[in-house]
Design a protein around this ligand. Structure first.
Ligand SMILES: Nc1ccn([C@@H]2O[C@H](COP(=O)(O)OP(=O)(O)OP(=O)(O)O)[C@@H](O)[C@H]2O)c(=O)n1
Ligand SMILES: O=P(O)(O)OC[C@@H](O)[C@@H](O)[C@@H](O)CO
Length: 442
């Protein structure tokens, strides 16, 4: 993680770790071909993302929702998780007044759609209420959402499937909420700090997010609740029951619904998202027999490292879809035009805008000692790769090089391919800035 944006305090979200550029997707995105089944929702659904807190429990100056993971703030991933859902019409992000400009910049920088930014309040409930009011103010009843999903902005790992369940239950029941089994037992303490009693854990659940409400229920609940509720309350479902007599439907959600609260959660979130980025890659061979053979061997070797490798000759026709599916590309080359092939790939990637939301990895795997290459007689100049990599970095693309040597000795060849696979996997997983532009030897 790293500190956000020029406007924020100069504070790294994780002073122990170097900051590095780049961005990454919402965890559930994985590959953008990971498209959940299209669902039809025949009523308008809007979202309120409370993001007006200070993140005090992280111990950082920068509020956790603005902490950067490879160049992109946490809240941008949460927004994307909702933006990708076709049946969600609008998203209201509620931030502290002093962060309104920052949040507007984030919306513009990462080209978020459907998003409105409104000022929060001194407590979470006040912020949520401001968001609910923003959904309805100045709009005729017909334009108000039927269902409002409320979700902490610091819970970036949310899937469409579960949002659908909550939205449908909220429509039917008036209110619905995510729950998870308790990990620890809940106890009550005496004023002197001794045990008063403990609750039977099996009878209780942790209330998580997202929650869903019909607009009328959540609006009325906030209209009727007390100042004490606004000041000290933490549970919207309770307000629906207390002030609207609406008993929320409770739905057990996946463990990924957890809330980023402490500093360790930031590290966990980054690790999960980096893992999502690293699960697949696309090898482009140019069609040459030697490159296809090498790519096939590489596909098998990275498969053993739990990475899925698609092998295609080029990115024309249907294969162009890979530009929008993947974030890791391996240009397998055996001839002297390898840098022009890489340059063409970089141009295609920039046109596809995949690097807007997260850093792309491009690895040139260069087979030297092959017939074509020996004919050209020219090895690739490391400086040329570095120059290309410097230009790519400006487009949020991390370019690396790996060179291996053709060998007729089967064992030596297999060892080389295995090393290429290990280096490739490490480069994709770590996205290290230090190795950008290097031509590593396998
Ligand atoms: N006045 C507030 C307080 C909190 N929140 C939001 O409510 C969500 C859950 O709250 P929490 O995890 O408590 O966030 P913080 O209040 O920022 O954390 P802390 O209590 O550690 O300061 C967060 O997205 C937070 O930004 C909000 O919109 N307005
Ligand atoms: O109390 P915090 O503001 O840290 O977090 C809010 C949580 O309490 C809330 O998200 C769930 O418990 C569901 O209401």
């Amino acid at each position: 993680m790293e500190d956000h944006h020029k406007k924020m305090q100069s504070d790294s979200c994780d002073p122990d770790r170097p900051t590095h550029p780049g961005t990454f997707p919402t965890c559930e995105a994985g590959r953008s071909d990971h498209q959940p089944a299209e669902r039809s929702v025949d009523f308008p659904v809007s979202v309120v993302l409370p993001a007006g807190g200070t993140g005090e429990r992280t111990g950082l100056q920068t509020p956790k929702q603005f902490c950067l993971f490879m160049g992109r703030p946490l809240i941008s991933y949460t927004i994307q998780a909702f933006e990708r859902v076709s049946w969600i019409q609008s998203i209201v992000v509620v931030v502290a007044r002093e962060h309104m400009d920052l949040m507007t910049d984030i919306v513009q920088q990462f080209q978020h759609t459907k998003v409105r930014v409104v000022p929060g309040g001194s407590t979470r409930h006040r912020s949520i209420y401001n968001g609910v009011l923003a959904l309805g103010e100045g709009r005729p009843v017909a334009d108000k959402p039927k269902v409002v999903l409320i979700h902490d902005a610091v819970r970036p790992f949310v899937e469409e499937d579960f949002l659908y369940k909550i939205a449908m239950a909220a429509k039917e029941q008036g209110a619905a909420g995510a729950i998870r089994p308790l990990v620890s037992t809940v106890i009550a303490t005496t004023s002197e700090g001794y045990l008063d009693h403990s609750l039977e854990r099996a009878k209780y659940r942790a209330s998580e997010m997202p929650q869903g409400f019909t607009y009328d229920v959540i609006y009325q609940a906030y209209q009727k609740c007390s100042e004490s509720d606004f000041e000290f309350g933490t549970e919207c479902l309770h307000l629906a029951l207390q002030y609207c007599g609406t008993n929320a439907k409770l739905i057990q959600g996946p463990p990924t619904l957890w809330k980023v609260t402490y500093k360790r959660d930031l590290a966990a979130a980054e690790s999960i998202i980096k893992d999502t980025l690293s699960r697949s890659a696309c090898a482009i061979t140019g069609g040459s027999a030697q490159a296809v053979t090498l790519a096939g061997a590489l596909q098998k070797a990275v498969g053993a490292l739990n990475m899925e490798l698609a092998v295609i000759p080029d990115l024309t026709g249907e294969n162009g879809g890979y530009l929008l599916k993947d974030w890791n590309f391996i240009q397998v080359s055996v001839n002297r035009s390898c840098l022009s092939e890489v340059d063409a790939l970089l141009t295609d990637l920039e046109a596809a805008k995949q690097a807007l939301l997260h850093p792309l990895v491009v690895i040139l795997v260069l087979l030297s000692g092959s017939d074509e290459l020996s004919v050209s007689g020219r090895a690739v100049e490391p400086e040329a790769i570095m120059d290309l990599a410097s230009a790519a970095k400006l487009r949020n693309i991390l370019l690396y090089g790996i060179q291996l040597h053709q060998s007729k000795d089967t064992q030596r060849w297999e060892r080389s391919v295995s090393r290429v696979a290990e280096i490739t996997s490490a480069l994709i997983r770590d996205r290290s800035p230090a190795l950008v532009g290097q031509l590593l030897q396998a």
